[in-house]
Design a protein around this ligand. Structure first.
Ligand code: PEP
Ligand code: MG
Length: 570
């Protein structure tokens, strides 16, 4: 039995067999093959195995997800048998004595580059398909293990170095009972996705992938941040109880679903949810969310091969507004960059992507992308109380430029006779220290602030939120962070505006008393944190928390602040 400590990223306990999800290294180096006939035979063997796999996946997809989704694998099968691809590959093997993998990799890369440079969306999509098929065949030629998270079809715990947001989006929650990764922190996007999928997760374990074999029995304790490998009978029993207690506690919290969030002394605050897709709204309502405080629209742009059209976006925004039945919805405009990549934009790799060409910076330069999103949002605004916010605002000029584009699109739509609401609130995320410091000036021009502590902490402390080696610096309770938060809230209130928080700190049980005391108006968090937060706030007095927060602002270290908060619990 092995007990590995990590960061509790998504609450709950899961017990199942390990499934290692590894992205193999597909690098192919040129190698001269002495025997072309043997290489051709290796190629045919790899093609045949790939064919069998694809037929099986196609059949399963057809059964489980329907004809439309199965078409993807039909087109993969066509590529696999396409003479336009295979003839040059065979030629290279025979005439240039190339190894099968080199011949395939080189030929496919030529096609992929060609397709990627075409204007037609259909051909661009073929580039992605060709890449997938090539990887599948290379897997056999190089003797690698190919795993696609969407292929998992038994109850497992996924173990990985890291999970990209699109890996996480593909996990089927019916089968994936939990996951654990070597890297990442509470605010890495895989952790955030795990919470919205309600899958228990532990991240930042440093070496869980090396310590576990596929098939080992694993317990993921997403409540306390432990991964236990091959537990004894007693330990299995202990964790089964822990899992059941947690599930019972969730049932208790559910009683607070329709109740208004109020402190002990009668102060109302709004508890909203962070979502990534329209499907997440179901979880928001089930957990008694009073609104959506952050709709991360990036996921609409990911997992596809080209930008989503205005209509695709309009439908997504409209669906969220309609499903929320009159409750407010804050939609954040595209925040791509950092750990959220869009391969089809072909952006150059950067040394410091978190400090680079991302979010509003990209939108203000690639204006067509931004205008399309703004139009979709404006059109959707008549379906419910829409609030729009811009991410990663560092200067007033950026806010003004983004607002000007929004107003331009609004005028155009109106001129086209399309209805747009005049009640849309326009706000910004405060996640860059310059904006927090200058909040008094911003407050004169925005309708609201939403404090993005996930980034605000990493930029203030200069500690990468993805890097567990500097996670000790990731300190939400550091008085420096609390002072920035306090400045932002005060600046908003002075101008009669509201201040919310949509970073993970808003749902953190240790932070909640402080944030209530600092006067935060809206707390936006993972849907599953809403009911525990409502229960906690009902036991706190805002007046007392105001005193607590004032003391915290004068402390020296994060540890002292944590001690202070603990003292009220005793
Ligand atoms: C934040 O930075 O706090 C935030 C909510 O945005 P994201 O986590 O998507 O960067
Ligand atoms: Mg952010």
């Amino acid at each position: 039995m092995l007990n590995i400590a990590g960061i509790a990223a998504s609450a709950g306990v899961a017990i199942a067999k390990a499934f290692k999800l590894e992205h193999p290294d597909y690098t192919v180096t040129r190698r001269e093959a002495a025997d072309p006939a043997a290489e051709l035979a290796r190629l045919d063997d790899a093609l045949a195995k790939s064919q069998q796999e694809l037929e099986a996946i196609k059949e399963r997809t057809l059964q489980e997800l329907g004809e439309k989704k199965a078409e993807i694998f039909e087109s993969h099968l066509l590529i696999l048998n396409d003479p336009e691809l295979l003839t040059p590959v065979r030629d290279k093997i025979q005439s240039a004595k190339a190894s099968a993998e080199f011949a395939l990799d080189e030929t496919a890369s030529e096609f992929i580059t060609m397709f990627e440079n075409m204007k037609s969306a259909y051909l661009k999509e073929r580039a992605a398909d060709m890449r997938d098929v090539t990887k599948r065949v290379l897997t056999h030629l190089l003797g690698l293990t190919y795993v696609n998270p969407a292929d998992i079809s038994e109850e497992v715990i996924v173990i990985a170095e890291d999970l990209t947001p699109s890996d996480t989006a593909q996990l089927n929650r019916n089968y994936v009972k939990g996951f654990t990764t070597n890297i990442g922190g509470r605010t890495s996007h895989s952790a955030i996705m795990a919470r919205s999928l309600e899958i228990p997760a532990v991240v930042g374990t440093k070496d869980v992938l090396e310590q576990v074999n596929s098939g080992d029995l694993v317990i993921v304790d997403g409540l306390d941040g432990h991964v236990i490998v091959n537990p004894s009978e007693d330990v299995i029993r202990e964790y089964t109880d822990k899992r059941d207690n947690h599930l019972r506690q969730i049932e208790e919290w559910k009683k607070l679903r329709g109740v208004k969030t109020e402190s002990k002394d009668g102060v109302h605050v709004e508890l909203a949810a962070n979502i990534g897709t329209p499907n997440d709204v179901t979880g928001v309502l089930e957990n008694g969310g009073e609104g959506v405080g952050l709709y991360r629209t990036e996921f609409l742009y990911m997992g596809r091969t080209e930008l989503p059209s205005e209509d695709i976006q309009f439908n997504a925004y409209k669906t969220v507004l309609e499903k929320m039945e009159g409750k407010p919805v804050v939609v954040r405009t595209l925040d791509i960059g950092g750990d959220k990549e869009l391969p089809y934009l072909n952006l150059p790799k950067e040394m410091n992507p978190f400090l680079g060409f991302r979010a509003i910076r990209l939108c203000l330069e690639q204006k067509d992308i931004f205008r399309t999103q703004l139009r979709a949002l404006l059109r959707a605004s008549v379906y419910g109380p829409l609030r729009i916010m811009f991410p990663m605002i560092a200067t007033l000029d950026e806010f003004r430029a983004a607002k000007a584009l929004l107003l331009e699109e609004k005028d155009k739509l109106k001129a086209e006779g399309i209805q747009v609401s005049d009640e849309i609130q326009l706000g910004i995320m405060v996640e860059i220290p310059s904006t927090a410091v200058l909040a008094d000036q911003f407050a004169k021009e925005v309708d609201f602030f939403s404090i993005g502590t996930n980034d605000l902490i990493q930029y203030t402390m200069a500690a990468d939120r993805m890097n567990e080696r500097v996670s000790y610096l990731y300190q939400p309770y550091n008085p420096a962070i609390l002072r920035l938060v306090s400045m932002v809230i005060e600046a908003a209130h002075k101008e009669g505006k509201w201040a919310g928080m949509c970073g993970e700190m808003a749902g953190d049980a240790t932070a909640i008393p402080l944030l209530l005391g600092l006067g935060l108006d809206e707390f936006s968090m993972s849907a599953t944190s809403i009911l525990p937060a409502r229960s906690q706030i009902s036991r706190l007095s805002r007046a007392e928390m105001k005193e607590l927060a004032a003391k915290a602002l004068q402390m020296q270290t994060a540890e002292q602040v944590v001690e202070l908060v603990r003292s009220i619990e005793e």
